[in-house]
Design a binder for this molecule. Structure first.
Ligand code: AMP
Ligand code: FE
Ligand code: FE
Ligand code: ZN
Length: 280
């Protein structure tokens, strides 16, 4: 079994429609795939229908944007939670709204130096999608200012840039608790992604574990090998699941479907821990 538990569609910042992503996953030889769009479950139905057609196992998921008291960004993957859970829904809605306000402000600031407008950015956001810096990056590509999303992040969109604006997001321990309350399985996404900025230390991870964290996404291209050794040790010590995933974003990132996988044993354990919804 080839299992990839972290992908994005155009419901957030991936480039493929959820159904197209499932076809791509089948073509990549995957047997099971999770759709984990940023702060949205809007792609679940389309992906589930496509997976049924392809004879693939579909795992409903979501990647929750979080922030610590000191402003460090943390992503928590949620698998198989109840999408109707009022507490989780309210929290997600709040941060989606904050993201929109923040993106508009960033574009306003950038407008002083580049011919970028909110209208141009919006042309790159699918209906109802969670807005993020990748969409601003796409607008910069259209304008010929950069040639790839990666270049846009390095040159214009980093947290160190003058256009950077922060946005509200729940504390990771709060997100973990809400996901558990919604019957989901919370997994800390790419915990050691130093390439994206500061990462949290042991104290925050302990808080997340105390709140009910169930897994660490160890096998992910953004975790350096030395950090993975420590993460595996931590997982072992606390009885946490160890997952592996691609974090595929279509053509929006170089990550390839199936480049990291989760073992069938771990997948089975993960599914058995969930009570919020079913695998499709
Ligand atoms: P935001 O949520 O607006 O803060 O933007 C963060 C998102 O941008 C992440 O979830 C990634 O999918 C994407 N991202 C971060 N760094 C890069 C990069 N270097 N190249 C392309 N996409 C990136
Ligand atoms: Fe993303
Ligand atoms: Fe992430
Ligand atoms: Zn992701």
């Amino acid at each position: 079994m080839r299992i990839d538990l972290h992908t994005h569609s155009n419901v957030s910042d991936g480039t493929e429609d959820p159904a197209v992503l499932i076809v791509s996953a089948a073509a990549a030889g995957l047997d099971a795939v999770a759709l984990t769009d940023h702060d949205s479950t809007a792609g679940w139905d389309g992906a589930a229908a496509a997976a049924a057609e392809q004879g693939m196992i579909f795992v409903p998921g979501m990647e929750v944007s979080c922030s610590t008291d000191t402003g460090i960004s943390v992503h928590v993957l949620s698998y198989l939670h109840d999408p109707a859970h009022p507490g989780l829904r309210a929290e997600i809605e709040k941060s989606r709204t904050a993201r929109l306000t923040r993106a508009r402000r960033m574009v306003e600031l950038m407008g002083e130096d580049f011919p970028i407008t909110w209208d141009i950015v919006q042309q790159h956001v699918s209906d109802g999608a969670t807005v993020g810096r990748p969409h601003i990056a796409d607008a910069l590509i259209t304008l010929g200012i950069v040639s790839t999303r990666s270049e846009a992040f390095e040159r214009v969109l980093t947290a160190r840039s003058p256009y950077w604006v922060s946005h509200y997001a729940p504390h990771p321990a709060r997100a973990v608790a809400l996901i558990r309350d919604a019957g989901g399985v919370p997994v800390f996404a790419h915990p050691s992604a130093f390439n994206r900025g500061a990462v949290v230390g042991g104290a925050v991870i302990e808080e997340m574990i105390d709140a009910g964290l169930l897994g660490l996404e160890v096998e992910h291209r953004d975790n350096p090998e030395v950090a993975r050794v420590e993460l595996r040790r931590l997982a072992h010590r606390h009885g946490l699941l160890v997952t592996g995933s691609s974090d595929y974003h279509g053509s929006g990132k170089p990550n390839l479907l199936g480049e990291n996988l989760t073992s069938p044993e771990t997948f089975e354990a993960l599914v058995s821990l969930a009570t919020g919804t079913h695998v499709g």
